[in-house]
Design a protein around this ligand. Structure first.
Ligand code: EPZ
Length: 424
């Protein structure tokens, strides 16, 4: 029996939300531990299922670590990769979490070999890794595919190169930064991903002795060094969690203080478009206050790589636009199949027409609670948001999707006067 969440509708989200460390920063930072033999301290690590999956992958390779819970929302993890004896990322772990591909770059850079299971697709799309492989081949690695595994070798080490990504890829950029950090010579990455999580990784690697510049722009330069030393580093705040709770305030006509980061800077396009939709953003010490203006207006959204509109906030934004006073359009330009939440929102009375990667949302007066199920991480939260605004009770099934990327959702909502109940 999978866990379910029961949500009574017409609740108003009013309160303070402590934003956790970013899942999509913590995962590459954990993989980067493989680049050094020295002790590494990672702070503000969110206690998430995906983090536990990455830790089990590192454990299988021989990385030693100790976890200390600092609060309900953050842990400090001490790790050391001085006795790595296995360079293989097995399918049973990789199929659970696509981001496991992030061990490819560091294993090649430090040990000159790795066997990483092809990730396989997931609910939102095929999710190829061809650009990761072309990148490490440009650095001099030889790559072959056999039995569903990527076998990569760089017996003579990696050599700096110039590599242009044909499309912006977040983990592709992160893999190349980690591989190039220990390569011989300079690497220049063109059309690199500019996401804040890429910047977080580069900042940590520079504190470990790497020589990286340009991160946060489309051109990143990495001068390879002989080795990297230990570091004490804190994971940056999760802008996607922050945007998600901002929408919770907007959809319930409430007010939240998102604490723990400069979210206006981390979510420039989101703040601009949500202001257009009728949310009001006010900078407060240590965070950002978000409240509804009382009326949600229709808007058009085009998802895009940073600093554009985050695809990871698309499903949540659609939930809000289901109750806007008019017709909105969402173009999902990153993933080919990221509208699984549409059918479930329709069960709650939403009126949405989908054609390929374009969704047209006809705002309705009122959503209705219903039994629905989660299909992927961000879709699951869009249903939670709709349930909070709906009339009646919603039961959300397959809650494990939520737990992959959001920590202590019941506790964070309880801090905002909202009750959601987990049961089997
Ligand atoms: C990262 O995934 C995030 N995950 C995703 O968040 C996020 O949706 C995505 O970036 C886009 O912002 C992590 O950081 C762990 P991409 P990633 O490579 O790196 C195509 C969440 O909800 N592509 O930037 O896997 C790909 O198909 C998750 O937290 C290739 O064609 O995404 C997609 O269309 C979901 N070949 C586009 O590029 C490649 O080799 C962007 O993908 C790699 C990617």
């Amino acid at each position: 029996m999978t866990e379910k969440i029961r949500i009574r509708g017409k609740q108003i989200v009013n309160g303070v939300v402590p934003i956790s460390g970013a899942k999509n920063a913590a995962l590459p930072l954990l993989a980067a531990v493989l680049l050094s033999s020295e002790k590494i301290l990672l702070r503000n690590v969110p206690p998430l299922e995906d983090v536990r999956t990455m830790l089990s992958l590192l454990d299988d390779m021989g990385v030693r670590f100790h976890i200390r819970a600092d609060s309900s929302y953050a842990s400090t993890i001490e790790l050391q990769a001085d006795a790595v004896n296995d360079f293989r990322a097995s399918y049973d772990i990789v199929k659970r979490m696509r981001a496991s591909i992030l061990v490819l770059g560091p294993l090649l850079a430090r040990f000159g070999e790795c066997s990483v299971s092809l990730p396989g697709g997931c609910a939102i799309g095929v999710r190829p890794v061809d650009l990761h492989l072309k990148g490490v081949e440009a650095l001099g690695a030889t790559v072959s595919l056999k039995d569903g595994y990527i076998h990569a070798r760089s017996p003579r080490g990696l050599r700096g190169t110039e590599y242009r990504f044909p499309i912006s890829t977040v983990t592709g950029t992160e893999n190349m930064i980690m591989a190039a950090a220990l390569a011989d010579g300079k690497t220049i990455l063109e059309n690199a991903a500019q996401e804040p999580e890429v910047v977080d990784l580069a900042n940590c690697l520079n504190k470990m002795g790497a020589c990286i510049s340009g991160h946060g722009s489309g051109t990143i330069e990495i001068d390879g060094v002989a080795n990297l030393h230990g570091v004490d580093y804190a994971v940056g705040p999760d802008r996607i969690e922050a945007g998600t709770y901002a929408i919770a305030a907007g959809i319930t006509n409430g007010c939240v203080d998102l604490m723990g980061g400069n979210f206006r800077e981390l979510l420039p396009c989101f703040v601009e478009k949500m202001t257009e939709a009728g949310l009001v953003f006010t900078d407060i010490g240590g965070g950002l206050r978000v409240e509804s203006s009382g009326k949600i207006s229709p808007i058009d959204i085009e998802t895009a790589p940073y600093p554009g509109y985050p695809t990871d906030l698309q499903a949540q934004s659609m939930a809000l636009l289901c109750i806007a006073a008019g017709i909105s359009n969402i173009h999902e330009n990153i993933w080919e199949n990221r509208f699984m939440h549409v059918a479930e929102l329709a069960r709650m009375g939403a009126n949405i027409k989908v054609a390929s990667t374009h969704a047209r949302i006809y705002g309705v007066e009122q959503l209705q609670g219903a039994p629905v199920y989660a299909t992927d991480l961000r879709a699951s939260f869009s249903l939670v948001l709709a349930a909070l605004a709906a009339e009646g009770v919603t039961v959300l099934d397959r809650v494990y999707h939520l737990d992959r990327g959001y920590c202590k959702i019941e506790k964070k909502f309880a801090g905002c006067g909202v009750k959601i109940e987990r049961f089997r």
